[in-house]
Design a protein around this ligand. Structure first.
Ligand code: TEU
Length: 596
């Protein structure tokens, strides 16, 4: 045993101080509010230990009364964001854009959308974030740009324009190209005929979002140099929009006979994708201390490591679509199964994805974003009786899984789907086009509107943030671009701020717990009671510390069959406040984290 004599103590204190100082200034170290994980965790990274908070800038806070959220609005709310305990803010696109797809159609990659403000506003926002120890991740949308981008204006002006090969063209004299699928075209036709040069151009999304031709080295260099521009400004990473789509077989062969409209499977992971990502890493990403996350459309547990295996030097993380696509009626646009989704299948998906990173790589976890319905409506229960408890339960899931959590603005209040009755209330190109398609085909329009109330219409997740009970939830003094959910009079940040039991304060507490318990970040995940149709139970384990997470996904009491005695377990957090009663008997939507 080592005894410290009084004479050596000041020296020891000094070296302890220096060690702490050195560790806390180390780039890959934990964010400041975390207690230090055991020293021997391999491959620690700040982006693994972080909680990401996604802000949809259009709907967060409007500073000038035009009804559209903006950068100054976000800056004015940074203290709120900081108070959540999150580390990284992901901003949906804020670049110059005519807004055919709310900024995912970029006309100026190095400028700011007029409605959102100016580059000075951006610089002030970035400074405000960094001053508070918050990092910022921007959206990188480079599978396509806007048809109003100068590149496309040039390209479509003549067949021999130097920018022509920045895009994918099919000359009309070769006949109609083989079909390709577009998400946002009423007829799902990705080839748009352009009269001026008598040719078709390719657009996987709307006809105002022409696909960029990554096979052209000049395009890659333009994009890499644009990325350097933002990194040199100090941004801390990119979320890469539909990145598995960037490489294409430009001979556009007929689709194989097995093709059944499963566009993503056939179009993702093109022939040169990984070559381009490796070049991006070599030439840009590796030069900065930043993070990257692929919007991993089409990725599976079998191929995700091709993106995030650190030895391959491509990206850091990806997010998959298997979870959020689960439990929809096949063939019906994002319409939830009438009896609800099956929890056993849900658990299987998340467990399989956790296992994909057991040896290497790193995952993410999310239940909502700007393309999805509100988490509580889709995965919990948004009736007044259960909205708060089930929101907290889902938040517990997100904050106790391995993988970096991506948490969507407003979920910390338990915001839910707005459930529009009329197509006129929708603004999203996706919903409007699907409606038109159903109309053209003489389908049942009312059934579609009904299906989207609890379903996946993207505007459900894009309504303005509910700050307080004043007009328009304090989001704007003007007319909001998208209606505010009428429940803002009771569901709002101000009301929840002072209530220790609010959804908001539960979020803050569980974020704190995650950051103070390295086991929740790095610990091994083990699913328990796998076939239980109502309870999701699992343990997380690290260096002798073991936590048990119990989540009741139902509006009725139920019991987890754990095969262990938990009467001596220590309660760390619980959404009812007093922990499970009588062993593993759980009340409706009860969520608890226990130390075994
Ligand atoms: O989304 C990719 C995508 O495939 C979406 O079309 C999504 O699956 C669908 O909308 C769900 O209903 C990304 C962005 O996140 C999305 O907002 C953009 O519209 C899209 O790319 C095009 O950039």
């Amino acid at each position: 045993m080592c005894h410290t004599t009084p004479s050596t103590r000041p020296l020891q204190l000094l070296s302890l101080f220096l060690a702490v100082f050195f560790l806390s200034s180390c780039k890959n170290d934990a964010p400041k509010n975390a207690s230090a994980p055991p020293a021997d965790i391999p491959d620690r990274k700040w982006w693994k230990e972080a909680v990401v908070y996604q802000i949809y800038p259009r709907s967060f806070k409007d500073s000038d009364g035009d009804g559209v959220g903006d950068l100054k609005g976000i800056t004015s709310k940074l203290d709120y964001v900081k108070s959540l305990g999150v580390d990284i803010i992901w901003l949906n696109p804020i670049y110059g854009s005519p807004n055919d797809d709310n900024g995912y159609d970029i006309s100026d990659y190095q400028g700011i959308m007029k409605e959102f403000g100016t580059m000075d506003d951006f610089d002030a926002l970035l400074k405000g974030m960094h001053e508070r120890g918050l990092k910022v991740v921007m959206d990188l949308v480079v599978n396509h740009c806007s048809d109003e981008h100068e590149w496309f204006k040039q390209a479509r002006s003549s067949r021999d324009n130097p920018y022509r090969d920045y895009f994918h063209w099919w000359p009309a004299e070769k006949g109609k190209p083989n079909p390709r699928y577009s998400f946002f075209d009423v007829n799902n036709d990705a080839w748009e005929y352009d009269k001026k040069t008598d040719a078709y151009y390719l657009h996987y999304f709307s006809d105002k979002q022409p696909d960029l031709n990554w096979e052209n080295p000049k395009v890659r260099e333009e994009i890499f140099s644009m990325m350097r521009f933002w990194f040199d400004k100090g941004v801390d990473g990119f979320r890469m929009d539909v990145i598995p789509f960037i490489s294409k077989d430009t001979s556009y062969p007929p689709l194989p006979v097995e093709y059944k409209g499963d566009m993503v499977k056939y179009y993702a992971n093109g022939p040169h994708l990984h070559e381009y990502l490796q070049a991006m890493n070599r030439e840009v990403l590796s030069k900065y201390d930043i993070m990257t996350v692929a919007e991993g459309i089409g990725t599976t547990t079998d191929d995700i490591l091709n993106f995030v295996d650190p030895d391959r030097k491509e990206l850091n993380m990806g997010y998959h679509f298997e979870g959020v696509s689960y439990g929809y009626v096949p063939g019906k646009f994002k319409t939830p199964e009438p009896d609800g989704y099956k929890l056993v299948g849900f658990k299987e998906i998340y467990s399989r994805w956790d296992a994909a990173f057991a040896e290497k790589g790193w995952g993410t976890i999310y239940l909502g974003n700007h393309d999805q319905p509100r988490m509580v409506t889709r995965w919990g229960n948004d009736s007044p009786e259960w909205r708060e408890l089930s929101s907290k339960m889902l938040t517990t899931f997100l904050m106790t899984m391995r993988g970096t959590p991506y948490y969507y603005y407003g979920d910390e209040l338990g915001m839910n789907n707005i459930k529009f009755d009329r197509i006129e209330d929708y603004r999203d190109i996706e919903t409007l086009n699907i409606y038109k398609k159903i109309q053209q085909e003489g389908g049942d329009l009312n059934a579609f509107i009904e299906s989207q109330k609890n379903g996946g219409a993207r505007d459900n997740g894009r309504t303005p943030f509910q700050w307080d009970a004043t007009t328009n939830a304090g989001f704007t003094t003007g007319t909001p671009w998208l209606k505010v959910n009428p429940n803002y009079t009771t569901v709002n940040a101000a009301a929840q701020e002072s209530d220790p039991n609010s959804v908001l304060n539960y979020f803050r507490n569980i974020v704190k717990l995650r950051k103070n318990e390295p086991v929740l970040i790095y610990g091994k995940y083990t699913l328990l009671d796998k076939d239980n149709p109502d309870v999701y139970a699992y343990t997380r384990e690290l260096k002798g510390k073991k936590l048990l997470i119990l989540l009741n996904f139902r509006d009725k009491p139920t019991t987890a069959n754990l095969g262990m005695d938990i009467s001596k377990a220590k309660l760390l957090i619980d959404n009812y406040g007093d922990g499970p009663q009588n062993g593993a008997n759980l009340r409706p939507y009860e969520a608890a984290v226990l130390e075994l």
